[in-house]
Design a protein around this ligand. Structure first.
Ligand code: SF4
Length: 622
């Protein structure tokens, strides 16, 4: 099997055994790689209602099919599991080198199951695969852990690990590799529940492509297309640090727990301001964009803080929710989240929730360990991050995420939990980007900003057609287009920032898949779209089997009852009113029932007939 290792590694932590398993060709053809492999194996191997933090959940570390090749921006990898935050399928994407190293080690992906008796780490090298004692590392942050493993096994290893947050089962703990994170949905929490501190790989670069010369020509073309685009040079120069300006100008930068769409004084978070603090950059394996900008705070209360980032989502999370435009605290908060192994989006969103509860008097200093959660108080935010990551004091409640924390706090706090299906929403205001709001509502893993929103069309990119960002009608087809597009990207796994650099993906990606693997069907873009639709439906079926349906495709009431406020940007007074109407159209176009269940016919059309028996009870009941 060219382009693939042709096998996966299965690690059972309960028995301490490891085994190679062949990757069946029909799975390769039906799911291609990356996200496809992850959801296929997770669906098939997990019984419904498995405890996400129990022995029977599984964690998969899955690179894309092109990881480790010389193509640009295709080396990302996914952590896939059942989420302890949502109870749904979870997929969290990470950059860096680790995905390429999985391939170099001779595996298409790794499945981790069971639970160790004591903390361990997995070490993979040409000399064998070992589960090793991690007692020295338990309790240590992710920077120390990776340094220690590099000292132990050589600087050429690559590691994915958890920090104190994962060990303490913070519900939104991340897996960290280098300074990149697979952060959403609590994938690090699952790793912590298994007492697995790290996976470290030592491997030599090697791949076995079907047509290396042809592939090399396609990569050359890819690089030319990317370098001719403005996006490439913008990302290379600034990374994502232009986000505060571009989002605030149009009033979609959520502020004060999604009450406002514009941050006062957002100009202080400009790309030029971040540039002044930049000391270097970082690129994922074989990516010349090098969008990771390393920042250091030179002076003041956060002097010495250093982070590779923050990326847009992170610095939004450390500013908008608490109404602060302090740039230095975003760098300190980012470093802290990476060290502790926390998802910055859920962390910032949950802290913003706490600030609103404090403002409304639902909680007081007696509840917050004496911290004053007043807007603009970034020092209190930093304290809360530390408390959450270590589950100390009030942090122990916030470590549960907004939905569970609200239930614990009571007094109507649930109304202020800005989440969908238990996953905290990201830095995009749905009343100013209404199709993106519908994306939050229908996302198979909860309120995520990746895997299908309409934000780029709503910002004015007319591909495949232009849309009015305030309109609520006629957006179902475009959302489905994007959901499938994003699933297609993640078989690669293509980085979204690289995807945005010219039209190489549309022109070359299918050819790259075919040239790398020799599987002729992959050259057809229609085939890739079908695989993407299969993936989306299987993700949905996973949720249905867990009891999710239309009643869960919702948004926080705030967006449907309270008008958006801006300062100067367009969008003042916007409310999102037609979610129900949208869902009718969306389900119909998808071939699902009115209650949001994939129909028998649709599943059979997608060669997912074997799933019908699992969701039959839900089809009958509804
Ligand atoms: S664009 Fe940035 S995040 Fe994407 S692959 Fe390149 S360096 Fe990594």
């Amino acid at each position: 099997m060219k382009g693939y290792a042709g096998k996966l590694l299965r690690v059972n932590l309960s028995t301490g055994t490891v085994a190679d398993e062949p990757l069946p060709l029909p799975v390769v053809k039906d799911f291609i790689g990356g996200l496809g492999f992850g959801i296929k194996y997770l669906y098939d191997e997990l019984a419904p209602h498995v405890d996400p933090l129990g022995e029977h959940n599984k964690l998969m570390l899955v690179p894309g099919v092109l990881a480790g090749t010389q193509a640009q921006g295709v080396a990302r990898w996914l952590a896939i599991t059942k989420s302890p935050l949502t109870g749904l399928f979870a997929r969290s994407c990470c950059g860096g080198d680790f995905g390429a190293w999985v391939k170099f080690a001779g595996y298409d992906f790794i499945i981790i199951e069971g639970k160790a008796e004591k903390p361990v780490y997995l070490y993979i090298s040409a000399d064998g695969i070992q589960l090793k004692d991690a007692a020295e590392l338990w309790g240590k942050d992710t920077a120390y852990t990776q340094d220690w493993l590099s000292r132990q096994h050589g600087s050429d290893v690559r590691t994915a690990c958890i920090g104190p947050a994962g060990e303490r089962l913070v519900k939104y703990a991340a897996i960290v590799s280098g300074r990149r994170t697979a952060s959403r949905c609590g994938v690090g929490t699952v790793m912590g529940s298994k007492l697995l501190k790290a996976v470290t790989i030592k491997a030599r670069r090697n791949l076995n492509l079907h047509d290396p010369e042809g592939y090399g020509r396609l990569v050359k073309e890819q690089i030319e297309i990317m370098r001719a685009s403005n996006e490439y040079h913008k990302n290379r120069k600034y990374g994502t640090t232009d986000g505060a300006i571009t989002r605030n100008v149009i009033g979609v930068y959520p502020v004060r727990n999604y009450r406002y769409g514009e941050l006062e004084g957002y100009q202080k978070l400009s790309p030029e301001a971040y540039k002044k603090l930049e000391v270097g950059d970082f690129g994922c394996y074989s990516c010349s964009i090098r969008c990771g900008k390393i920042h250091v705070v030179p002076e003041g209360p956060y002097a010495g803080a250093r982070s590779e980032g923050p990326e847009y989502e992170s610095y939004w999370a450390f500013t908008g929710p608490i109404d602060s435009n302090n740039i230095e605290s975003t760098i300190a908060a980012d470093q802290l989240c990476d060290d502790l192994g926390l998802d910055s989006i859920s962390t910032g969103n949950t802290i913003g929730f706490a600030y609103e509860l404090y403002e409304k008097g639902i909680i007081t200093k007696d509840d917050t360990d004496g911290l004053e959660l007043t807007y603009g108080n970034h020092a209190a935010m930093i304290s809360l991050i530390e408390k959450i990551g270590r589950r100390e004091g009030f942090g122990d409640i916030l470590a549960e995420g907004t939905l569970r924390a609200a239930k614990q706090i009571g007094k109507g706090a649930e109304a202020y939990a800005m989440q969908t299906k238990g996953l905290e929403l990201a830095g995009y205001e749905p009343r100013g980007l209404k199709g993106t709001g519908f994306g939050y509502a229908t996302n198979t893993m909860g309120g995520a900003h990746t895997n299908g929103t309409v934000m780029f069309q709503e910002w004015g990119m007319p591909v495949p057609r232009a849309v009015d960002r305030f309109a609520e009608e006629d957006k179902a087809d475009i959302l489905i287009f994007n959901q499938h597009n994003d699933s297609g990207l993640e078989v690669g796994i293509v980085c979204f920032f690289a995807f945005m650099c010219g039209d190489w993906y549309q022109r070359l990606f299918s050819k790259m898949l075919q040239t790398a693997t020799g599987i002729k069907e992959f050259a057809d873009r229609g085939y890739l779209n079908k695989v993407a639709e299969r993936i989306w439906n299987l993700e949905r079926a996973f949720g249905v089997r867990e009891g999710f349906d239309r009643t869960h495709d919702i948004l926080p009431r705030r967006f449907q009852t309270e008008p958006l406020h801006t300062i100067e940007a367009e969008g003042e007074g916007q409310v999102l009113r037609k979610l129900d109407q949208f869902l009718d159209e969306y389900y119909q176009l998808r071939g699902w029932t009115k209650t949001g269940i994939p129909s028998r016919e649709k599943l059979q059309e997608l060669s997912l007939g074997y799933v019908v028996k699992d969701i039959e009870p839900f089809l009958i009941r509804k």
